[in-house]
Design a protein. Structure first.
Length: 238
């Protein structure tokens, strides 16, 4: 299939190159229009074949080329019947795939048990000071949700912290605390409610105070979370 798509794109480029060759004799307006329509028809064939292959990206590109270069051709009129919904679906699918790829799901051994995690990196800050949002299920410790500073010194928090947050722009407060074992993390008090909210949220912001950066607003693009990929863990037998 990839070879077929590459061949179609190459044919499109060849058709464009041929259309740019100068004529040795001036053509009549009727002949010029006929040539233009023929060139557009060749690209329309490629467009339609790409549609059959469900290769929406190249199809959208060639569709726009036909409309822009041959606006009055029958081919352009034909492309206009399908291009708008095709492009809308392509953009939505691309964005859905991008958001889904931001999450990392893992199952691994952890301190005498097994844990299942779903991890999402914050947008800012970047680099070594990036913060992770981690959803964890552990065979011994149960379920928890927390922020983890990747390489920083952690968070400023005494006792319970009230973190200002927004869920798709709606303000909320998250109660959190630092783990007594000293990890650079903030554990959420009400993880069950947070997970209910997360299921319907595309963009989450959380205001924190970090040791290395001070006051920081963390942004998480949460819309690609797939609960089915975050595995349940059986409770550890006593």
């Amino acid at each position: 299939m990839m070879r077929r798509i590459a061949a179609l794109i190459a044919l499109s480029a060849l058709a464009t190159a041929c259309s740019q060759q100068p004529d040795q004799q001036a053509a009549s307006p009727q002949a010029a229009a006929s040539d233009t329509n023929a060139e557009a028809a060749k690209k329309l064939e490629i467009y339609q074949q790409l549609l059959k292959l469900h290769n929406d990206g190249p199809a959208v590109q060639i569709g726009h080329e036909i409309i822009d270069k041959y606006p009055d051709s029958p081919a352009a009129a034909e492309v206009k019947k399908t291009l708008d919904p095709l492009e809308k679906n392509y953009k939505e699918t691309t964005e859905t795939n991008r958001l889904a790829a931001l999450w990392l799901y893992q199952v691994s051994p952890m301190q005498g048990g097994t844990q299942s995690t779903a991890t999402l990196q914050s947008s800012p800050p970047t680099g070594e000071e990036q913060v992770r949002l981690i959803l964890r299920r552990h065979t011994d410790w149960g379920q928890s949700v927390f922020l983890y500073a990747v390489a920083g010194k952690g968070f400023v928090c005494k006792g319970d912290c009230s973190l200002k947050a927004t869920f798709d722009g709606k303000p909320k407060v998250i109660k959190a605390f630092r783990p007594p074992t000293g990890e650079p993390a903030l554990l959420f008090r009400n993880d069950a409610q947070f997970l209910k909210d997360l299921a319907h949220v595309k963009r989450l912001t959380i205001d924190v105070v970090t040791v290395s950066r001070g006051e920081t607003t963390l942004i998480f693009e949460t819309g690609g979370f797939d609960p089915a990929k975050w595995q349940d863990m059986p409770k550890k037998k006593k």
